[in-house]
Design a protein around this ligand. Sequence first.
Ligand code: CA
Length: 220
Amino acid sequence: MQILLAEDDDGVAGALVEVLYDHGHVTRRVTRGRDVLTYHRSSDLLLLDLGLPDVDGLEVLRRLRAVSDLSVLVLTARGDERSVVRGLRLGADDYLVKPVRLTELLARIEAVTRRTAAARAPRTARTVRVGDVEIALDARQVRVDGTEVELTTKEFDVLAVLARRAGTAVSREQVLDEVWGDAYHAVSRSLDVHLTQLRAKLGRPELLTTIRGFGFRLGD
Ligand code: CA
């Protein structure tokens, strides 16, 4: 497997590259967050340290998730609950706190890889249908009754968060976190504006339910 390792500590990186090599993985090691965004395409999995010298790892993860569903395993000294929850909510597949046992790391890499393979098998599942609304998550296209509807980037992002969990209640914090990268940001009001716009553009207000005091749900 081709692994991208974002780690600025030479000692940690050296040990990881060696053990990964011994287990049949080829590792490209980078030291900066921005390099992740340059090299992610040629990798099967990303091992991401959060304390990077240029861009914080969580911000790297947020930016990466906007363009890629690459498997990401966060590997960090930051073990506080808020960081762990943020990391997972931003789309990390797993989160390991340093110092990590290498056998555990290898097992986690295997587990993430297995889950990703299973999730990717039915590619058609990347299109979500709710009533006569069709949301193609990869193509970022939305059709209502067969006609394409133009959405802004943020409107689509909000819709995509709900569509990936269609039929399930999604909390307001989760939408804010996934779209804006912060569950407690002051853009909270802007989310309501985007939802109003979305309802108007889709013309199917009954499909987009507000759950008072919690969040939203797309579909039944
Ligand atoms: Ca570091």
